[in-house]
Design a protein. Structure first.
Length: 165
């Protein structure tokens, strides 16, 4: 996999990949996935939007197989003032048929390195309590679960995880 900065041409494909990944995890191809505002956030020039693209026989063929983004964290669940030095990681997903191949770890390692280079001191993310695969990935990268948890729009619990960069 080749990891590169995403751009406007990648947004639709990234949202599609994220939705397919969420639906596969939930076991429901028609699951409601909240994408409101994500396209605008990915297009924000301050975002660190990365995509992982397929390489076949050493050649880049452009198929998106992983996605992730880092944003300036904001207070009040993203609605308040910017929290200086804190990055919020979001939209981490890999192609469901490729789960378990290390693509998420590769993309996240690159994303965290870029956030560190951009001057962020800490990173945070939310993940579902039932998403064992994601929790193992984040723990392996050094993230630690926090005390803060709340239900998402479907009632599934999500927990805040933190990492010092």
């Amino acid at each position: 996999m080749r990891v590169r900065e995403g751009d406007d041409r990648d947004i639709d494909g990234a949202l599609d990949l994220w939705q397919r990944s969420c639906c596969a995890r939930l076991g429901d191809e028609h699951a409601e996935v909240d994408v409101v505002g994500l396209a605008e956030r990915l297009a924000d020039p301050t975002a660190c939007f990365l995509v992982g693209t397929e390489e076949a026989d050493g050649r880049h063929d452009g198929s998106l197989v992983a996605v992730g983004a880092g944003f300036r964290a904001r207070a009040d669940f993203g609605q308040g003032a910017v929290i200086v030095g804190l990055a919020h990681v979001s939209m981490v997903a890999t192609e469901p048929v490729r789960w378990g191949e290390g693509l998420g770890a590769q993309l996240m390692t690159e994303l965290l390195g870029r956030l560190r280079a951009a001057g962020f001191e800490r990173a945070q993310l939310f993940t579902h309590e039932t998403n064992d695969r994601a929790r193992a990935l984040y723990r392996g990268l050094g993230f630690a679960p926090g005390d803060e948890a709340h239900p998402d729009h479907r009632g599934e619990m999500v927990r805040l995880w933190r990492l010092a960069l």
